[in-house]
Structure formats: C-alpha cells, structure tokens
Design a protein around this ligand. Structure first.
Ligand code: TYM
Length: 334
C-alpha cells in the first residue's frame, strides 16, 4: 500500500525562535504547501520535558504560531495547531513507548547532550521524547518531515518504530517517513563558535539571532560574530577548516537563496570588514518584514488562538481516525 504524500513538522515553544529554526525549518515549510498537504504543529508537550514557566510557555506558543503565519504559512491551506489540543498525540506516544526498545532510546544523542551529567535528575519525559515525536508524525501518517540536521536521529527512530509496529501486528499501517533535510541550511552554527549549532539554550545572546531582534541588534550580533583573519576564499573547498567563515557564508547563501559558491563568486578575496556589513544588511532586509509581521499577529492574540483552535479541530479529525484503526489493530476493545 502506498501512502498519500503528507508533510508534518513541529517546533518547540521554548525560548525565542532563532535564525537556525527559520532557515533550517520554517522557511522551508512555506513552499511545501504548493505540493503537499501540510501540518505544522507547535509542540508544547515537547517543551515541558524541561521546566517551562507557564506564562512564557503560553506566550511562546503564540509566538511560534505567529512566526508560521508571518513566514507565509497559510492557515486555510495547511493545518496549524498546538500539540496539546489534540490528545491523541499523548495516546499514540504511550503505545510507541511500548513499541520502542530501551536500547534504541538510550542511543539518542540529543538526550545524552541535554541530560549531560544530570541524567538521573532529568524528567522521564525528556527520555521518552523521541517516542512522542514519532507519534506526532505517524498520527497523521506523514510521509515527509522537513527538519534541521539535529533531528535526523529522531526521524530514524520514527522509521524504526513504524517498521516494528507494522511487523509486530503484521500490517502495513504506518508509512516509513522520509526526512527532508536541506544541505546548506541543515545546520546553522553559533555566531560565537562555528563548531556548535545555533541553539535557543545557548547562554550567550550573541551566539544567536532571534526572529524578534531589532535591526540594530541583528547588525551588532553579525559585527561581533567570531570570524578569522583571512580573506574569503574563491572556492567552497577553501572554507574547509574555517567553521565560522563557512557558517557566515552559509547564512548569506540561505538568506539570498543562492549557493555558497555564488556568494564566493561575489566576495572571494574580500575580508570580513567587507563581508560582515553586507551580511548584516541582507539579514536585516530579510528578517525585518517577518519580525514586523510577527508583532502584528501578536497584537491580536485572540486571532492566533482561533487559528490554533480550528487547526486542532482539523488535526483531531485525522487523529481520531488513525487511533480508531490503531485500537482495532492492537486489540483494544472500543
Ligand atoms: P526544535 O524546536 O529544537 O527546532 C525546530 C526546528 O528547527 C531546526 N533547527 C535548526 N536547523 C538548522 N540549524 C540550527 N541551528 C537549528 N536549530 C534548530 C530543527 O531541526 C527543527 O526542524 N523535536 C523537534 C520538534 C518536533 C518535531 C516533531 C519535528 C517535535 N515533533 C515532529 C518534526 C516532526 C525539536 O525539538 O525541534
């Protein structure tokens, strides 16, 4: 049986959205709407795997939804909703907790990174999180999932869970989801350390550009971004071993929708004194309109809540059907 193409992706409302979330995910969600049925979720249940202040969680949830809309996701065409409004996510996650094996979960590098030395004192939810992510995707039988590189292992686990469920129950019920990971924007790195990914949990505000940063702040962060003393090379191969230069050229390329080579054709042989102001100007030009739209949407919280509410209704319709079938497959008495 083949599965109709459907896209699902999600973003956690934990902290401010940054350039990595935008280039690695949100920006790529928009064109997929022309070719696929798309479901874009604000994954608030994932966010509480680490402590979230309730008021901040509420505001961040609306902010992620506002960013989806500001970037050009059409709430009529696609489904936009927050995860906790569709209880079936938690239900399927429980079933997947019983399908996934301890060894699979223990291999998840993101858990190891996030838990660090504190692994006995983090929430059980943080450990089980990838099973919830698999549930998010498979509840809608999504065939394609656009994400950044850091989610690759979680998507492999999603495939393993789907395969084991299908084998255990001798069905062809869940699709084997394809990750959509873009080459050049898959991993936007910290502005302070080109070997670390840009992350909302980075303690340094200078390491990341937030979608709500002012034009002045964006320009300041790019000016202060770590670079090196050499001029930019003429060929992409010359970026090897220069992580900060590689990252800044990659950001320029993604924002201008050109290849890295295209950028080096223009800036090869030039120093950061020339390149950084040009990058700052481009970043402000591209991000300011989104920033402005996010603020406009956030002025009308009721409107965003209504969008999430009607999105959740549409999502629930699909989710209810899936869970009914899952119950029958498993042998739960309905
Ligand atoms: P989250 O909220 O950490 O990140 C949201 C999206 O942004 C991408 N991303 C990046 N891309 C490039 N460079 C970066 N520095 C960078 N940082 C983040 C992430 O890869 C992601 O695509 N577990 C997921 C959320 C989730 C999900 C899902 C995603 C829950 N259920 C189902 C897809 C399908 C997460 O924590 O993403």
């Amino acid at each position: 049986m083949s599965f109709p193409a459907r896209v699902f992706s999600g973003i956690q409302p934990s902290g401010k959205l940054h350039l990595g979330n935008y280039l690695g995910a949100i920006k790529r969600f928009v064109p997929l709407q022309d070719t696929h049925n798309c479901i874009y979720c604000v994954v608030d249940m994932h966010a509480i795997t680490v402590w979230q202040d309730p008021e901040k969680l509420y505001n961040s949830t609306l902010e992620v939804a506002a960013a989806y809309l500001a970037a050009g996701i059409d709430a009529e065409k696609s489904i936009i909703f927050n995860q906790s409004q569709v209880v079936q996510h938690a239900e399927l996650a429980w079933i997947f907790n019983c399908v996934a094996r301890m060894g699979w979960m223990q291999r998840m590098t993101q858990f190891k990174d996030k838990a660090g030395k504190n692994s006995q004192n983090v929430s059980l939810g943080l450990f089980a999180y990838p099973a919830l992510m698999a549930a998010d995707i498979l509840l809608y039988k999504a065939t394609h999932v656009p994400v950044g590189e850091d989610q690759k292992q979680h998507l492999e686990l999603t495939r393993d869970i789907a395969i084991k469920f299908n084998n255990d129950y001798n069905v062809n019920f869940f699709p084997i989801t394809e990750p959509l990971i873009a080459g050049e924007t898959a991993r936007i790195m910290s502005l302070r350390d080109g070997t670390k990914k840009m992350s909302s949990s980075d303690p340094s505000d200078l390491a990341k550009i937030s979608l709500t940063d002012s034009a002045d702040l964006i320009a300041k962060k790019i000016k202060k971004a770590k670079s090196d003393a050499d001029n930019l090379p003429f060929e992409v191969a010359g970026l090897k071993g220069r992580p900060e230069a590689d990252n800044l050229v990659g950001i320029y390329a993604a924002l201008s929708e050109k290849s890295k080579q295209g950028i080096l054709d223009e800036f090869g042989g030039k120093g950061f004194g020339v390149f950084k102001p040009a990058l700052a100007e481009l970043a402000v030009e591209k991000l300011a309109p989104i920033n402005k739209k996010i603020s406009l949407y956030l002025n009308d919280k009721k409107q965003i809540e209504d969008i999430l509410h009607s999105g959740a209704e549409r999502a629930r319709e699909i989710a209810t059907k899936t869970m009914k079938e899952v119950h029958n497959i498993i042998g739960f008495v309905n």
